[in-house]
Design a protein around this ligand. Sequence first.
Ligand code: UT7
Length: 352
Amino acid sequence: MRNATITGWGRSVPQPVVTNDELATVVDTSDEWITTRSGIKERHVSHVQNSDMATLAGKRALAAAGLDPLDIDYIIVATCTPDRQIPSTACYVQAKLGATSAAASDINAGCTGFVYGLSMAQGLIATDAASRVLLIGSERITAYLDLEERSTAVLFGDGAGAVVVEATDEPIGVQSMILGADGTSAEHLTATGLGTEFIGTESRLAVVMDGQEVFKGAVVKMGECTVEAAKRAEWSESDIDLVIPHQANIRIIDAVRRRLGADEEKVYANIHKYGNTSAATIPIALSEALDEGRIEAGDRLILVAFGAGFTWGASAVVWGDRVTPLGTIDEEHPEPTVTGLDIMKQRQAAFR
Ligand code: UT7
């Protein structure tokens, strides 16, 4: 069987930043509450479309892999905040990249979307349907936030991360994949106001969450999945070099670390800078970990996530030789003309 390995990576986070203190001027909250309950200090708020963030992250991943857009056979965008319901965000990305040889589709598994997407990429490669897949996790989730819902408005941020997944005969790359879902928990984390169910209703666009139910589910499932993914790869827990968990709450990340009995440096965390960027947290974290020299050739990684659905998933990955990008690009998003807080306020005004 052909293995699937990550050969390129990149991220694209929009420039506008909103700190907790700034958010507290429009939401009934405080820096102290957000920091102690979640670990978040600030988040980025996008002034460009989701597909623009996804495309720039994709370009960076392609440059890191030394590939051209025409080398890609399939583009997967993991997102629950598409530019439009039809067509997929992946089709916009395909056009913006000029990746005319690539098929393109989105996947929505909430915050677990990147891990689900990795399983799709692996499957496409294993069955010879594709040799090079561009997998992107990208979210513009601040557009869904209702500033009157303080329990969710402070938790999320925008951004995109991308990887190139390539076929290899080497015994590297994805070693195991654990996926699961529990649709009976759908109401614990959902978005109202968007979707055919709401046509003709007064329902407002908002993320609605029973935080404690989601917290409990995330702690249990992310812990279980991490252990199971390692076991299926025939690793002991002490073999794991770095866990890259979904970034929803520093207390959830700490609980996963405690379950493994691991030191802090074995579990990557950057939630303080970005908040929860849903399907984008893992590829953003992976790309930052590489930039910081936290991943070495041959390292054993666990990527693990939990999200709306409920959905959960984990994958054990043996990293290949490439730990520095083959190439980089200078391109940036256009300079924003408004602040991040103004973008959030304008969005809120449009709700009324
Ligand atoms: O990506 C997957 C999806 N997301 C997650 O995994 C998130 C999972 N859940 C969580 O991270 C946590 O449950 C939260 C951070 C959302 C909430 O933390 P918590 O410790 O579970 O707080 P809580 O919901 O029990 O609320 C405690 C108090 C409540 O007040 P009372 O009833 O004790 O008076 C809330 O009304 O905090 C209040 N509260 C706030 N106060 C200030 C809720 N949101 C806020 C806020 N600022 N933003």
